[in-house]
Design a protein around this ligand. Sequence first.
Ligand SMILES: Cc1ncc(COP(=O)(O)O)c(C=O)c1O
Length: 381
Amino acid sequence: MIYLDNAATSFPKPSIVAEAVYKQMTEVGGNAGRSSHQGGLQSGRILYETRCAIAELINCKDPLEISFTLNATEGLNTVIQGSISAGDHVVTTSMEHNSVLRPLVEMESRQVTHSIVWGDREGQINPLDMKKAIQPNTRLMIINHCSNVTGTVQPLGELMKIAREHNLLVLLDASQSCGSLPIDVEALQIDFLAAPGHKALLGPQGTGFLYINKKNKIKALKQGGTGSRSEDLHQPKTIPDYYESGTQNIHGLAGLKAGILFVLENGVDHIHAHEKKIMTQLWEGLSVIQGIQLFGPPPDGCRGSVISFRGKNLDVNQMNYALDITCGISARAGLHCAPLAHQTMGTYPEGTIRFSPGPFTTPEEIHLVLAGVNDIMKELG
Ligand SMILES: Cc1ncc(COP(=O)(O)O)c(C=O)c1O
């Protein structure tokens, strides 16, 4: 199998990730923050070390500003539902995932309105358009750092400047960038950042995190046991307990810690450079195959490790099926949970095929992928 679906979830995971999960399951018993026996304390240590690894990765000064979530969606929902209220307005982009768009539509029933700023055909947002969309009651700006459809990276510095000038809170969806593009929450003065643990951080599914700059107090999505202040029937106000009710996914988080340490050891810049090289090979190879139409920005500038394409006169699902069955290539076809991104590119409603290489993809694999696409186009195109 040639795995080109890292934007959905990364594969394979480094062996140290699987080993860390196994070790936690077989050698360390205990519920972090609850039991004070050796296993409980060790589990608590693992949680804290995972927070520290995330903090190092995104340059956040206080690891307690990191709360664990099940995935990126939970973090995004926490901010969307917890930071704004009736009468507020949100600005966001047409490149967002449904995990931003659907909560925003849901918030309409709570009298929260939003405006979508449309990108150009490559998915790039013009900061001036963002500026124009801001209203007197705008409170939150949501930015998809790197598109899961086109790999487009937004001009974060300029967008942050506009947000600051208008006193807006900023939520960064770093689902496709955290672990493969450098992020500095301190330098950019980001308020909130949501990311999954199971994509470029190379951790297990069921893990993710939300960075909340501690100057911002938002409402937690849920309340419950935290292992702290058990005498109080009110949710403790201390962070991260306030945001983390219920038993943590300690097995998954032990694996996430190992995944992030792998990323830190190899270096985000190094991983990005590798993926850029692979993307360039892929883009150049696909662009010379007769009948292939490519979408999104070319790989010369800053972009993520995602490429969208389709074959002329070919149904994307049929082609994707052929890639899987005849060439053993795992990719994803359709709208990728981002319908407005496809409207932006002009590929709605049929969508595209998405290849998303990862840190373990090799040039030899891409060579085979290009030959496979070529054969399919000759046969079916
Ligand atoms: C840009 C973007 N945002 C959010 C998500 C949701 O991530 P998760 O499934 O981990 O909640 C994804 C997943 O593909 C994504 O690509």
